[in-house]
Design a binder for this molecule. Structure first.
Ligand SMILES: NC(=O)c1ccc[n+]([C@@H]2O[C@H](COP(=O)([O-])OP(=O)(O)OC[C@H]3O[C@@H](n4cnc5c(N)ncnc54)[C@H](OP(=O)(O)O)[C@@H]3O)[C@@H](O)[C@H]2O)c1
Length: 285
């Protein structure tokens, strides 16, 4: 069957990736759907004839080596790459283990780079391609207790900005997506991986977590959290556009927080965030 070309969506077993895979398949792309949960991908493929399931763990170096080799050797190269797989864990910097931070970077950053490297030679040969990288509003500023996750997204921003300039001469477009807060399995996964922070932290930090938690509760009052379709639609719009923007941002807190980050200087934004998170003036005796 004639298709619009071959696409790869990582993290296609749930949330934004799943919706994006379905929408791209409906647009006529043949979509390789990658993630760890095979049964989810198989189900997706059963429901969409244009979707090919490909179970892979981005944090498994041997599995990634095989996967990347496979991508490099495809007779029809990937021309649309959606680097979406990602997760978060929470905790003050003192409370996160280095091995957990390394694993986070393995998936959110190194996995993205490896897959991009495997797809680029094919795109260069064809002198066309679109790479969409999922950042976040926290790719431009961190929330407290979300430092390592924010760091991975800051890195995704930097890699995307550099790559965009490097590959434009070959007709390859690089698009950064910055979602605000989106309803998916993201929160649940972060809660599961983080565990009970309050029970294991030093008593010094308890007040910080509790005050910040109350600040966030206030911030979320009256916020309606949209589903992943909002971002999947944005991704597909960018992919189909003849002249996509470098960066797209959408969802709750894009205007209120990201907008302020882009408007204020470093000192001003620090004061703004201390106020917003409820931490301003907090002193632990
Ligand atoms: N939801 C939000 O509020 C939000 C906001 C800003 C940015 N984002 C970003 O948007 C992207 C998608 O998130 P989402 O909201 O759709 O979350 P989600 O529903 O939790 O989906 C995450 C996807 O990543 C995959 N994944 C996680 N670890 C993996 C690994 N080791 N190997 C392969 N795949 C892995 C998961 O699949 P398996 O578990 O099956 O492997 C799943 O398909 C992420 O990059 C996230 O950082 C989300």
């Amino acid at each position: 069957m004639e298709t619009k070309g071959k696409a790869l969506v990582t993290g296609a077993s749930s949330g934004i990736g799943r919706e994006t895979a379905i929408k791209l398949a409906k647009e006529g792309f043949q979509v390789i759907a990658a993630a760890r949960r095979k049964e989810r991908l198989d189900e997706l493929a059963r429901q969409n004839s244009n979707i090919i399931p490909r179970p892979v763990d981005l944090s498994d170096s041997k599995a990634m080596e095989d996967f990347c080799k496979e991508l490099s050797n495809l007779s029809e190269p990937i021309t649309v790459l959606i680097n979406n797989a990602g997760f978060s864990l929470r905790g003050a910097i003192e409370d996160v283990s280095i091995s957990a931070v390394k694993n986070l970077f393995e998936v959110n950053l190194f996995g993205l780079i490896k897959i991009t490297q495997a797809c680029l030679p094919g795109m260069r040969r064809l002198r066309k391609g679109t790479i969409v990288n999922l950042s976040s509003i926290v790719g431009k500023f961190p929330f407290p207790t979300s430092g390592p996750y924010s760091a991975t997204k800051h890195a995704v921003e930097a890699i995307s900005d550099a790559l965009r300039m490097e590959v434009r001469p070959f007709g390859i477009r690089v698009i950064t997506i910055r979602p605000g807060v989106i309803g998916s399995e993201f929160n649940e996964t972060a809660n599961r991986l983080t565990g009970d922070l309050l029970s294991r932290t030093d008593p010094d930090y308890k007040t910080v977590y509790q005050t910040y938690g109350a600040g966030m509760g206030k911030l979320f009052t009256n916020v309606t959290v949209p589903g992943p379709e909002l971002i999947a639609d944005l991704i597909v719009e960018a992919v189909l556009s003849d002249s996509p923007k470098a960066v797209y941002a959408k969802g709750p807190f894009v205007k209120e927080l990201l907008g302020e980050r882009l408007r204020l200087d470093d000192e001003g934004f620090y004061e703004f965030m201390m106020e917003k998170t409820g931490l301003k003036g907090l002193v632990v005796e």
